[in-house]
Design a protein around this ligand. Structure first.
Ligand code: SIN
Length: 539
C-alpha cells in the first residue's frame, strides 16, 4: 500500500540505479516495482514519509530549482537513508542540456543582481539566515535522513551553515578597494572589487548544508549568482535551502540547484567548460579536483578547491592526558569520522602513550551507535557500503601490520549494513595504509613518537595538507611546531578548527583558495584598478 501511494506520486518514468551501477529506466507501476524488488535489482523501495517528519512540509521537494521554480524532469534517481536503507525520495537526474537552463537563468539574473548594493545583499543574507535558523529542526531532520549524522550534530551543522550567512552579510559592505599613489607624478589610482559572475558550486555529502552556505553566502555577498550541484546522496537539504532563499526575497535565478547522478561526469565537465561560469568552487576528493582543474583550462575560470586531508593530531607530554583525549575524540569522531578535517593519524609521546590509548578506548567504547534520529545517539551510519568497505580495509591492513584493536574493529551489522563500530588501534605504524590515506571513518589509529623533530617529519609525510592539530602547554613549542606543519590549518589545544571567522583551506594536494573569514569573499571578486592621469600635475 505504501509502495502504491509512493508510486502514484512519482513522475512517468523512473530511473533505477542497480547495485552494479547500471541505469534502468522504468515506467513505475506497482507490478513492475514488485518485480524489481523480487529480482533484487535495487534496494527496498519502501519509503520514509519525510513531509510527515517536518513542521514545514513544503521544505521537502523532489525537484531541481531553476530560476526560482521547481524544475520538472522525466528521469530520476533515488535517495536513501544510510541508517535504514529506506528510500527518502527521488530527485531529477538532469542532463547537461537541462543544466544549461540553470546556467542561463543564473547568467540572466546576474545582469541585475550585480547592480544591487552590498547593503541590499547583506539584508537578503540576514533574512535567509533567519529563515534557516527558524527551520533548524526541519533542516536537521533532512540532514540526518540523507547523511545519517546524529540529530544533535545535524542541528549544529544548521547553525554552522547559518553562521556563514551572518558572517558574509557583515563582509558584503566591507569588500571595497584602495586609493593608491602611483609611480607617475600626479597620477592617482584606485581599485574597486566587482563580482566575478556566475559561479558553479559543487558540494559533498558530508555537510549537506554548511558546505553550500560557506560558498554561496560569500558569492551572494559579492554580487554573484550560483548554480549548485549537491552530491546525489544528499540533495534535499540543498533544495530546501534554495526554497528558503526564494522566501527570503533573493531574486529568482540567483540560487539554482541542479541534481544529477547518471550525468555526473558530463555535468562536471559542463560546469568547467561553459564560458558563462566564471568561477568554480569545489569540495571533494583530490582526484576529482585534478580532473575539474584540467577540464577548466579551456575557460581559464577562477577556481577554489577544498580537497582531501590526512590530519595529524600530535600530543606532547606536557598536557593532561584527559584533555588530549577529549580533543582527539572531538576531532576524530565528528560525523563518524567523515570530515576532511578529522584527525586521521594520532601521534602520542611515548611517555603518555599507554595511558592515552587506554583512556581513548574507554571513551570510544561508551559511544552510543544507532539511527541518528533516535535520542542520545552520537555515532550514526557511514554514508554507503563503499565507505564501510574502505574502513574495514584500513582496519584489516592495520591488524596485518601489527596494530592492536583496543575498541571496535568490526562492522556493527546489528544496527544496519552501513554501521561500523568506532575503533581504536594501538601500535599504528607508518607502513600502514592509514598513514598514507584518509580513512574517512570512525577509526582512531594511535602512533608512538619520541622527539619533536621526529613527529613533525611524520606529520608532514603526507601529500595533502588541510588540517592539523597539536596539544602542548609550551608556548614556544606551539609556535615552533605550528609554523613547521605543512597544513593550511593548525589547531593548538583544540580538536575543532572550523569557524566562519577563520580561513578554511589547504595546501599541497588539499587544494587552494580559502573559505569563510575575510578572505572567503575575495574568491568571488575581481579587482579592477582605475588610474587617473594627473592633468595639471605636478602641483
Ligand atoms: C569538510 O569536511 O570538508 C568540512 C569540515 C568543516 O567545515 O569543518
Amino acid at each position: 500500500m505504501v509502495l502504491q501511494t509512493r508510486l502514484m506520486s512519482v513522475p512517468r518514468v523512473i530511473t533505477v540505479h542497480t547495485r552494479s551501477g547500471a541505469r534502468v529506466h522504468h515506467k513505475p507501476n506497482a507490478l513492475l516495482a514488485c518485480r524489481i524488488l523480487r529480482s533484487g535489482q535495487c534496494r527496498s523501495l519502501s519509503n520514509i514519509n519525510v513531509k510527515d517528519k517536518l513542521s514545514a512540509r513544503y521544505l521537502f521537494r523532489e525537484a531541481a530549482i531553476i530560476d526560482g521554480k521547481d524544475f520538472p524532469s522525466t528521469m530520476h534517481f533515488q535517495v536513501y537513508d544510510p541508517a535504514t536503507e529506506a528510500q527518502i525520495g527521488v530527485c531529477p537526474d538532469l542532463t547537461p542540456r537541462q543544466v544549461d537552463e540553470a546556467i542561463t537563468a543564473a547568467h540572466t539574473a546576474f545582469q541585475s543582481f550585480r547592480r544591487t548594493t552590498s547593503f541590499e545583499r547583506a539584508k537578503l543574507l540576514r533574512e535567509w539566515r533567519n529563515l534557516v535558523m527558524e527551520s533548524q529542526e526541519d533542516l536537521a531532520t533532512m540532514i540526518t535522513l540523507e547523511n545519517g549524522k546524529p540529530i544533535a550534530e545535524a542541528k549544529g551543522e544548521v547553525a554552522y551553515a547559518a553562521s556563514f550567512m551572518d558572517w558574509f552579510a557583515g563582509e558584503a559592505p566591507r569588500a571595497y578597494g584602495d586609493v593608491i599613489a602611483t609611480s607617475v607624478a600626479g597620477n592617482r589610482a584606485m581599485t574597486i572589487k566587482q563580482p566575478v559572475g556566475v559561479c558553479g558550486i559543487i558540494t559533498p555529502w558530508n555537510f549537506p548544508a554548511a558546505m553550500i552556505t560557506r560558498k554561496v553566502a560569500a558569492a551572494i555577498a559579492a554580487g554573484c549568482t550560483v548554480v549548485i550541484k549537491p552530491d546525489a546522496e544528499t540533495p534535499f537539504t540543498a533544495i530546501a535551502l534554495a526554497k528558503l532563499a526564494k522566501i527570503a526575497g533573493i531574486p529568482d535565478g540567483v540560487v539554482n540547484v541542479v541534481t544529477t547522478k547518471s550525468f555526473l561526469k558530463e555535468v562536471g565537465e559542463k560546469f568547467c567548460t561553459d564560458e558563462r561560469i566564471k568561477k568554480l568552487s569545489f569540495t571533494g576528493s583530490t582526484n576529482v579536483g585534478k580532473l575539474l582543474m584540467a577540464q577548466s583550462s579551456s575557460t581559464l575560470k577562477k577556481l577554489s578547491f577544498e580537497l582531501g586531508g590526512n590530519a595529524p593530531f600530535i600530543v606532547f607530554p606536557d598536557v593532561p592526558v584527559v584533555d588530549a583525549v577529549t580533543a582527539a575524540v572531538t576531532s576524530k569522531f565528528r560525523g563518524s569520522g567523515q570530515t576532511c578535517v578529522c584527525a586521521n593519524r594520532i601521534f602520542v609521546h611515548e611517555s603518555i602513550y599507554d595511558e592515552f590509548c587506554e583512556l581513548l578506548a574507554e571513551r570510544v567504547s561508551g559511544f552510543k551507535i544507532g539511527n541518528g534520529l533516535e535520542d542520545g545517539i552520537n555515532q550514526g551510519p557511514l554514508i554507503h557500503a563503499r565507505a564501510v568497505d574502505k574502513v574495514e580495509g584500513h582496519v584489516e591492513d592495520a591488524i596485518k601490520h601489527g596494530g592492536k584493536v583496543l575498541a571496535g574493529g568490526k562492522r556493527a551489522t546489528e544496527f544496519g549494513p552501513h554501521f561500523y563500530h568506532p575503533t581504536v588501534i594501538k601500535d599504528a605504524k607508518p607502513r600502514m595504509k592509514i598513514m598514507k590515506e584518509e580513512t574517512f571513518g570512525p577509526v582512531a589509529a594511535v602512533f608512538k613518537f619520541s622527539t619533536e623533530a621526529e613527529v613533525v617529519a611524520l606529520a608532514n609525510d603526507a601529500d595533502v595538507g588541510l588540517a592539523s592539530y597539536l596539544m602542548t602547554n609550551d608556548i614556544n613549542r606551539a609556535f615552533r611546531v605550528a609554523e613547521q606543519l605543512e597544513f593550511g590549518m593548525v589547531g593548538v589545544n583544540t580538536g575543532i578548527v572550523s569557524d566562519c571567522a577563520t580561513p578554511f583551506g589547504g595546501v599541497k594536494f588539499s587544494g587552494f583558495g580559502r573559505e569563510g573569514s575575510k578572505y572567503g569573499i575575495e574568491e568571488y571578486l575581481n579587482i579592477k584598478s582605475i588610474t587617473f592621469g594627473g592633468i595639471g600635475a605636478p602641483y
